[in-house]
Design a binder for this molecule. Structure first.
Ligand SMILES: C[S@@+](CC[C@H](N)C(=O)[O-])C[C@H]1O[C@@H](n2cnc3c(N)ncnc32)[C@H](O)[C@@H]1O
Length: 387
């Protein structure tokens, strides 16, 4: 499966001569820690990744109190990850100052806003109502906060299905709106995260805005099929599950709890071939030699969906899904089954977020060096991906 990286851009004011933000010849060198405001933070995929790349998450927010609790629960567990404040609120009801002031921050402290409004309205699995869906309208809330804060940069993540809604019109509209009347140069990049060493196929689009006129170039894939000699081999579902004992084991990491299945389901799961879909539950058996299928949230009614474990006739646990998403075992999700599954399935894989954050640090903030894939694996303590 090959996905092209897509780079499209709208030029900021510097290119159009409509100068609102002064042009800086040299990109700023980050001599201090860069501070992020995280919106729609969920279970913390972006937040954790940006922290691993050296950003400080000044404040974050989500309507889901369980997600906010997860961020605070893990704060301080590792030196690189500290969360000052996580605000559980409906974004439509708050202003940026409500998010920033409890963390003793003001808008000018914020270097970057990161976040991905809910993708249900855009997802190719959804009804594709785009901005007519109230969840789609949360895009405008994101834009409002950007206007209020005017950060040096922003990242807006979403499902790749967004690109084709209304024949690409919605995408064009979002790109245009994100430029905020030319104040930001915005580039859009479509990435298949497996091509960056994530043990999962996950296709996402990232809009990156820069106030200093930088058009961020696309990242070059680093991983692929073994035959592609310029790449390292894909990381696989088998590697992601390395060293993890069966659920219920005394030394299990958090959130490693399985669901009970009837004998009929167990029999069906056992007989599936790698990669084959169960016709009733409509989930696939993982192939240990390939990246996982995309980790998704599933419906709350069904209690969320995992995939079928490659070697045991059962669905994977939230912890096993979190491994495919590159959450480290020390990262604990707060809540019961479906709350956890939602946080895991909605997340940007933290390792991918860290790789992207390094790229942004270099291209927008002028960082001289970039941490490598292996360094980020070490920082996050993703033991299962250590070479
Ligand atoms: C795609 S998830 C974000 C995942 C996150 N970026 C990560 O990497 O883990 C979208 C989040 O938006 C939140 N959300 C939905 N409606 C919201 C609203 N009205 N106000 C604030 N957050 C909302 C959801 O609870 C969900 O956690």
């Amino acid at each position: 499966m090959k996905y092209d990286t897509l780079v499209l851009e709208t030029k900021g004011s510097q290119e159009t001569g409509d100068s609102i933000a002064p042009r800086r010849d040299a990109r700023e060198t980050p001599s201090r820690t860069l501070t992020a405001l995280s919106l729609f933070s969920g279970g913390g995929g972006l937040d954790l990744g940006f922290s691993a790349a050296g950003f400080r998450i000044g404040a974050s927010s989500d309507i889901d109190a369980f997600s906010c609790h997860t961020l605070m629960l893990n704060s301080g567990r590792k030196r690189f990850y500290k969360h000052a404040h996580s605000f559980a609120a409906d974004i439509t009801k708050v202003r940026s100052t409500d998010l920033l002031s409890p963390a003793n921050l003001v808008a000018s402290n914020i270097d970057i806003v990161i976040g991905g409004p809910p993708c249900q309205a855009f997802s190719i699995f959804g009804q594709r109502k785009g901005l007519e869906d109230p969840r789609g309208n949360l895009v405008w809330e994101y834009l409002r906060i950007i206007r209020e804060v005017e950060p040096k940069a922003f990242v807006f993540e979403n499902v790749a299905g967004l690109l084709s809604i209304h024949g690409g019109k919605l995408y064009g509209q979002i790109l245009e709106e994100l430029s905020l009347g030319g104040r930001y140069t915005v580039s859009a990049h479509r990435y298949q995260v497996a091509e960056f060493g994530i043990p999962q196929f996950r296709d996402r689009v990232f809009f990156i805005g820069a106030k200093n006129g930088t058009s961020v170039p696309p990242m070059e894939p680093t991983h692929g099929k073994q035959s592609l000699f310029s790449c390292r081999p894909y990381r696989t579902a088998g590697e992601a599950l390395r060293g993890l004992k069966e659920p219920g084991h005394a030394h299990s990491p958090p959130n490693h709890l399985g669901r009970e299945h009837s004998q009929r389901i167990v029999d069906r799961y056992r007989d599936l071939a790698f990669g084959e879909r169960d016709p009733k539950t409509r989930i696939n058996k993982l192939d240990p030699k390939r990246p996982s299928f995309a980790i998704i949230v599933g419906s709350d009614k069904g209690g969320g969906k995992g995939h079928v474990h490659p070697h045991t006739a059962r669905e994977v646990t939230p912890r096993e899904s979190a491994r495919m998403q590159t959450f480290p075992d020390w990262w604990e999700f707060h809540g019961t089954g479906r709350h956890v599954i939602r946080q895991v399935g909605n997340a940007v894989p933290p390792l991918f977020a860290a790789i992207l954050a390094e790229h942004i640090k270099k291209h927008i903030f002028g960082a001289k060096s970039q941490k490598t894939y292996d360094e980020l694996v070490n920082i996050l303590e993703l033991d299962f991906l250590r070479s």
